[in-house]
Ligand binder design. Structure first.
Ligand code: SF4
Ligand code: SF4
Length: 165
């Protein structure tokens, strides 16, 4: 069992100080409002006493992620491919729908499929840089390319990729 420590969420803490009364080591009584990890023994009394659930017990050391078996990766990729297919179907329906409600629904389905697909692909070890920041960065490099920047490839990428924002 990894060593646990208390972490206080200052956004929901109302400073009623129950955690200060129950802590056996004084770890909750700090100037910053955060729990002093060096004093915390992980008993959890503060988290149980907090009326606002502002304290969570968290492990100090997270276990290493388990390596993914190739068969698991292949299954995940297959689900990601089916999500991509569903995304395309939803896109086509959204583009041809006369009913505004159906268009909105299919656009939501399309986005949902995209997000699920991205999560699945990330799970198999790939990072998909599809954020608006990446799009803007590519556009700025195409407009004013640094030396050796592959402008045509970036244009191709910009024309093919559906960015999230
Ligand atoms: S008991 Fe909860 S709400 Fe009260 S001071 Fe501690 S963390 Fe904040
Ligand atoms: S877990 Fe126990 S020792 Fe740590 S801050 Fe909370 S009450 Fe104090």
């Amino acid at each position: 069992m990894p060593k646990m420590v208390a972490s206080r969420n200052l956004r929901i803490c109302t400073k009623d100080c129950m955690c200060l009364y129950v802590c056996p080591t004084g770890a909750t009584d700090t100037e910053t409002g955060q729990v002093d990890f060096s004093k915390c023994v992980g008993c959890g009394d503060c988290a149980r006493s907090c009326p606002n659930s502002a304290i969570s017990m968290i492990p100090l050391d997270y276990p290493h992620q388990q390596p993914k078996d190739e068969r698991v990766k292949e299954k995940v990729r297959a689900i990601a491919r089916s999500k991509a297919a569903q995304e395309n179907i939803a896109k086509k329906i959204a583009e041809s729908a006369d009913d505004p409600g159906l268009r909105i629904l299919m656009t939501a389905v399309r986005r949902s499929d995209r997000l699920m697909g991205e999560d699945l692909i990330r799970e198999t070890g790939y990072l998909l840089p599809q954020s608006g920041e990446v799009r803007r960065m590519l556009e700025s490099f195409v407009a004013d390319p640094p030396e050796g920047f592959p402008v045509e490839a970036a244009k191709e990428l910009l024309s093919r990729m559906w960015f999230n924002s």
